[in-house]
Design a protein around this ligand. Structure first.
Ligand SMILES: NC(=O)c1ccc[n+]([C@@H]2O[C@H](COP(=O)([O-])OP(=O)(O)OC[C@H]3O[C@@H](n4cnc5c(N)ncnc54)[C@H](OP(=O)(O)O)[C@@H]3O)[C@@H](O)[C@H]2O)c1
Length: 234
């Protein structure tokens, strides 16, 4: 039996792309799911599919650039479930492509609100409960993006996520809570675009590796989902 059987997992940005793959993978592991998107209607097809397979799954909605909506969503989950065992911080946006040195401050602000501040808020509210219970897995999705001046708000937001994990994780040693980073690879999704070399499904099974870590495994590690592909000749 999977060690994740009946664990409650919250996946942000689960309506499509990487988040949908992660939700399907966690369902296969026997998790119960709280799936997030901006609108409940965006989640309906996946919720129907999962419930059809007997998976306990519910949807929550929040615009992640709006702190009040983020807190209201978290309040609802805490009221209903008391906490979650797995927090998969997947949702993020790309910034518009800009000519070098012409990026408006508003791009930085919006990307940081969604990709960094909401992610930190979710960690801040769920992490202490995991520590109190002595078990938890938090996965923060990052990116391998490098040297693209035209997308700096996005790459800087992911650098901030990396730094957050690096600075928080030493304090998690011995708590039973493991926080990790995962880069799903460059994928054909709405965010990754149609020129990406990899199908979205190739983020699996690697994207689940940091959730499936054994108790006592180190926190703060960076996982490349593409390293775990099973469809490539080695
Ligand atoms: N695709 C790639 O090549 C690639 C490469 C490296 C890292 N990543 C990372 O992988 C993660 C998933 O990316 P993806 O390619 O799967 O993206 P995607 O296909 O664009 O999906 C984004 C998800 O986030 C949600 N979302 C978007 N804007 C939101 C907002 N303002 N508030 C709340 N939710 C919002 C969307 O939900 P709704 O629109 O339904 O509300 C959707 O479920 C991100 O962290 C991304 O940075 C992706």
């Amino acid at each position: 039996m999977s060690k994740l059987k009946n664990k409650w997992a919250l996946v942000t940005g689960a309506s499509r792309g990487v988040g949908k793959q992660v939700a399907l993978g966690l369902a296969e592991q026997g998790c119960r799911l709280v799936l997030h998107a901006r609108k409940l209607s965006n989640l309906e097809p996946l919720l129907q599919e999962l419930r059809g397979r007997g998976v306990e799954a519910r949807g929550v909605a929040a615009e992640l650039s709006d702190g009040a909506q983020v807190d209201a969503m978290i309040d609802g989950v805490l009221r209903d479930l008391g906490g979650v065992d797995i927090l998969y911080n997947n949702a993020a946006i790309q910034a518009p492509w800009r000519e070098a040195h012409s990026t408006p401050s508003e791009d930085y602000r919006r990307v940081f609100e969604i990709n960094v501040i909401a992610l930190v808020r979710l960690c801040d509210r769920f992490l202490p409960i995991m520590v109190e219970r002595g078990w938890g897995r938090i996965v923060n999705v990052t990116s391998g993006i490098e040297n693209i001046r035209e997308l700096l708000p996005y790459s800087m937001s992911k650098a901030a996520v990396d730094r957050y994990v690096r600075d928080v994780t030493p304090s998690l040693e011995g708590t039973g809570v493991i926080m990790s980073l995962v880069d799903p690879g460059w994928l054909r999704t709405d965010l990754g675009g149609d020129k990406a070399p990899n199908a979205v499904e190739t983020c699996m099974p690697g994207a689940l590796v940091p959730v499936l870590l054994e108790d006592g495994a180190p926190s703060g590690r960076f996982y490349r989902a593409q390293d775990y592909r099973t469809d490539l000749a080695r």
